[in-house]
Design a protein around this ligand. Sequence first.
Ligand code: TXA
Ligand code: MG
Length: 348
Amino acid sequence: MKTERLTAADVERAAEILRRGGLLGIPTETVYGLGANGLDEEAVARIFAAKGRPQDNPLILHIPSADWLERYCEAVPAAYTLAERFWPGPLTMILARKPAVPDAVTAGLDTVGMRCPAHPLCRAIIAAAGVPVAAPSGNTSGRPSPTSMADMLEDMEGKIDGIVDGGPCAVGVESTILDLTEQPPRLLRPGGVTLEELRAVLGEVAVDPAVTRLMGEGERPRAPGMKYRHYAPKAPVTVVKGDAAATAAYIQSRLKAGEGVVCFDEFAGLYAGHQVERLGPADDKAAQARNVFDALRAFDGTGVTAIWSQCPDEAGLGLAVSNRLGKAAGFHIIDLTGSRRRSGENGV
Ligand code: TXA
Ligand code: MG
């Protein structure tokens, strides 16, 4: 199939693709999504086929405003409080589903992820379509999420009906996922809305162990997608945590010919002769979030044999950046702080 390129002038055309059961590349403030009519089981099945996504991995439903919540889920009072504070924006809430949501979306779970994205073009398209849009990130399953139209076309050219160019994504990592079906609410995936911001509104928030470590044999993360190797370039990744200057020097001392580096801008000069991808300044986690997936994608097709990466601390947006780097590394992490804490005890 030919993938139609659309722009902000084509909201009606984009909405029509969704309404008639097609697949649409859709910009959001986090990453580009692979959208389809969330009430159309066949359209939703096409999402799984285009991505090569495991059938047990549920999709998020995107809605244009919080007043659509009650159509699709049992929205508890905290959901409205959070919507008031963080929507439209990068927060997905897991809530008990209503029968209107097809099994194809929830992978048979009795809960559904609900999100109201902030990108104005995305909301205009969903509102014009008049249906909730089921949309995972627009990458082939296992690859880094796309943060531009060009990234998404790398994976999806010829597999989707159209893609809307909404420019580069402002946040750059996927939405924060919060499970509101348990008490205290549980962070399943860190993202653009930080754990600190959630705790400021809700008080206690638990952190799912899958956020900071690999799941062991027989363990099941609450977000099924968190169990898959993810965001991974083809070469193996090692993440080095700790003081920025110390981790930069550590990587420099271990780096072999043919290996690549993901580093903070300040240290890019240390690795002459190697492929170097910049995360952004060491003290600018928002920039790091915007750059992390592009940095990982940049190594594919380059023949680099291994990748070393610096990593921010876990405060604020750092938790999301370090989670994505950790997942790309299969949580192969060297911690130079000497206080490698076991997750669940690490205060996050
Ligand atoms: O920012 C985002 O959330 C992007 C954009 C396109 O909105 N979407 C996105 O979707 O990242 P996806 O499918 O790539 O990641 C959704 C994650 C998966 O790990 C999935 O397992 C989890 O959310 N998830 C979806 N529904 C769930 C549910 N009912 N219970 C637990 N986890 C759920
Ligand atoms: Mg994804």
